[in-house]
Design a protein around this ligand. Sequence first.
Ligand code: RRO
Length: 314
Amino acid sequence: MQTKVSLQSELAGIHFDNLMMNAAGVRCSSVVDLNKIMVSSAGGAITKSATIEPREGNESPRMQGLPLGSINSMGLPNHGFDYYLDYVMKQQEAGNNNIIMSIAGTSIDENIEMLHRLQASDFDGLVELNLSCPNVKGKPQVGYDFDAVDQVLTEAFSFYNKRLGIKLPPYFDLTQFDQIAAVLNKFPLAYVNSINSIGNGLVIDPETEAVIIKPKGGFGGIGGEYVKPTALANVRAFRLRLNPEIGIIGTGGIKSGMDVFEHVLCGADLVQIGTAFGPEGPAIFERISRELEEIMDQKGYKSLDEFRGKLKTL
Ligand code: RRO
């Protein structure tokens, strides 16, 4: 008889029945969409990154699917901080701790203000500080400025004493990993979420000789299959460098059970699905769960712990 394998995981002391959820930004801006994720096979959900005030975001077209992924320059459209805090509070009151509130102020001051409000609130769950949005005009990605990361985390942890994770952009050079990990290891971070989209790619339609999204002259964040090797490298590089108390969410290029398997081999505690979740919707979590269970069953693994972070080198 086949023994059921477990896809359970834990992050910052919070139990997840399934290691998968959506990536912030995709089908998670409204209560209706968030509820659809919460009742799916996903282990939890994360909200669209919030700013204090609601935002319309950039002009359309601002997202396009591609043969192997997506390009977007959404520009942080969201319903505002209060809308998402209300949602995560209601989940918490219903006894559900598997909801993450994502925040992405367009300045350090705005991020600190939102963290003050969260500190003062009764919300006790996971908060993700997004330091890597590539699409707000005139605002660089904080994650590429190591001094600014140090500054915002120093200020945040001077008063914030609940569980806080951060969403980072992809890094590409090993010295970048060394430098950012040295900064992050100074703080009691709950987790690091790696990676956000690869910022400022350019996709062209040769027939029209034009770019395919409108904002920023066509430049936008790339997601999907194109970014999987970069995502795996970031998860692996962080797991090799971060304090073991800092968990890792692996995000980037997941569309199959094998992709999740590879992220966990690199050290991911949870994984998030963005680009592939868009067209397929919440049913993706059940499909990928089945695929992962089959892979684990064939390999004789009953739990994720048996292979997490155990990537072999040659
Ligand atoms: O809204 C966006 O344009 C956006 C955000 Br906040 C982000 O973090 N990553 C992304 O690819 N798009």
